[in-house]
Design a protein around this ligand. Sequence first.
Ligand code: GDG
Length: 478
Amino acid sequence: LSRLVIVSNRVALPREATARAGGLAVALREALKERGGLWFGWSGDITPDTEPAPPRMRRSGGITYATMDINAADHQHFYADFANGVLWPLFHHQLNKSDFHRNAYDGYRRVNRAFARQLAALLQPDDLVWVHDYHFIPLAAELRRLGVRNRIGFFLHIPFPAAELLTTLPVHRELASDLCHYDLIGFQTEDDVRALLRYMIDEDAGRIDPAGYIESPGRMTRIAAFPIGIDAERFSGTARKAAEGEENRRLRDSLAGRALVIGTDRLDYSKGIVQRLQAFRALLDTWPEHRSQVTLLQVAPVSRGELRQYRSLRREIEALAGKINGQFSEFDWTPVRYLNKALSRETLAGFFRVSRAALITPVRDGMNLVAKEFVAAQDPEDPGVLVLSRFAGAARELTDALIVNPYDVDEMAAALHRALAMPRDERIARWETMNRVVASNTITVWHESFVRELARPRAASGKRIDVPRVTGAPPTQV
Ligand code: GDG
């Protein structure tokens, strides 16, 4: 077996106990253990050095961890300004939040180049390299420039944008040509696959092979969907146990028989938390019978708090939650419980299990693992209802959720009203269908199928066709 090399922005170091690491970190560690592997990425530390130093190496549990420090200016340009200030909003279709500056982009490329140089020195000829997410789109191109010929795969955890939006990015052509240096590009859904293919066709950026390849000089890049999953069995077990625990008992006591609706998201504008609170207010306005009967618990640990847009979102949500509570609270009932801290995975799993409904309403999301975790956590005899945005990748698989448009506050309120009144038979029937998907398309299936595809010798490509362009010639850029 070839060794597996994983590259991601943050590396879950061995000192981060398994219980604290998220499901993805645990799964990637498993994948690395199986083949013996290397995990390469940012250490999380800022260095005063201006020249990039070689990575810090450590070995634990059969895995080698190699982590790089970044200096403050590079971190600002690469991570804050470009990856999270330009690519994240643009790929989530928030064009007005995407703020392009040439020096941010230069920093993004500089860090990718520096990481490639250090990584190239660690690679063995038949290593499989698996690069994760939007921070590292140019990494394969930079590695190729250094003569690396290994098979390199890329998985995008967030959605791929519509061509009309991607082309607003002044450097879209460079990033598209960077993608063509990978052997395999994995997306969360078929929608993302189509978005990239359509971009390639419209912009004349590569020939499309009917078998799902993009042909560029010297390379065939395979494009496919690998919807990410969770360790459903483990999460379900955790939830069952936690529901009997002390924190769940305290939660239930505090609810005094009222129904609980839960929302759990990093505090991020892509998650639609503002619209969700508006929907909850609309529920209380339109159906007063829910007043004093339903509580919304919104867990929203602060994320990327150093970015201006995240700070202003936080203020907006605080103001709205405060307003709703001011308007509707009784001396013995608060409609919205809003938490800015992370709960432990166990506590969260137990809370999912006792919730009557989950409101998972991102305005756009690659997959959304919380949706799958909520399903896995339910009691099969008395499951809660999932209200899910059509714009989460998960909606493609969890079609028996109550699917809503997060831009339609009244529709979300009506779906929640329906969820709270839904008869047990219907809840069970919907849950069983969703749980079958969650329990079979696990995170192990996800990483195994990606790595298998990456390791597969290139398929003899079928007869190539030129897909006719959808629009006319691409506008020429000056
Ligand atoms: C990106 C893509 C894609 C959340 N709050 C707490 C907590 N969490 C955990 C959840 C879940 C994870 O964090 C969040 O994963 P999501 O998938 O929901 O969202 P992103 O962080 O935006 O992830 C996304 C994902 O990558 C994987 O490919 O699905 O679309 O945006 O596991 O449970 N965990 C704990 N306390 C919290 O308060 N312990």
